[in-house]
Design a protein around this ligand. Structure first.
Ligand SMILES: [Zn+2]
Ligand SMILES: [Zn+2]
Length: 113
């Protein structure tokens, strides 16, 4: 399963809360979604902001370890290279969402399937 994960804020070993699908820091309470990327031992930190009008919006993301794909960017209006990652929503029983980030213009959007 997922490997060890350390809190990016205080460096404490984080514990997986599988019911809620998040890593939890027992020291400072920092939480991070458990994703398939954790199993590949890539480092991803992200803050997820909830807005009533737009749903979930990623406001800060380290993308250097993310895989890329070719996808249509709604801002560029063409097919571009884009990073993609999966986010498990707060309710663990909901399906996870794929997000894309355009390498060209930096625009972030979610896939609607
Ligand atoms: Zn911490
Ligand atoms: Zn773009």
């Amino acid at each position: 399963m997922a490997g060890l994960k350390f809190c990016p804020k205080c460096g404490t070993l984080m514990r997986p809360d599988r019911k809620r699908g998040v890593w939890v820091c027992p020291n400072c309470g920092y939480e991070e979604p458990i994703t398939d990327e954790d199993k590949k031992k890539t480092r991803i930190t992200q803050k997820v902001e909830h807005r009533p009008d737009e749903g979930v919006v990623i406001v800060d993301q380290e993308v250097e370890t993310l895989p890329t794909t070719r996808v249509y960017c709604p801002k560029c209006g063409e097919v571009v290279e884009a990073y993609w990652w999966e986010v498990q929503t707060r309710a663990g029983d909901e399906p996870s969402t794929i997000f894309y980030k355009c390498k060209k213009c930096g625009y972030v959007w979610r896939s609607y399937e």
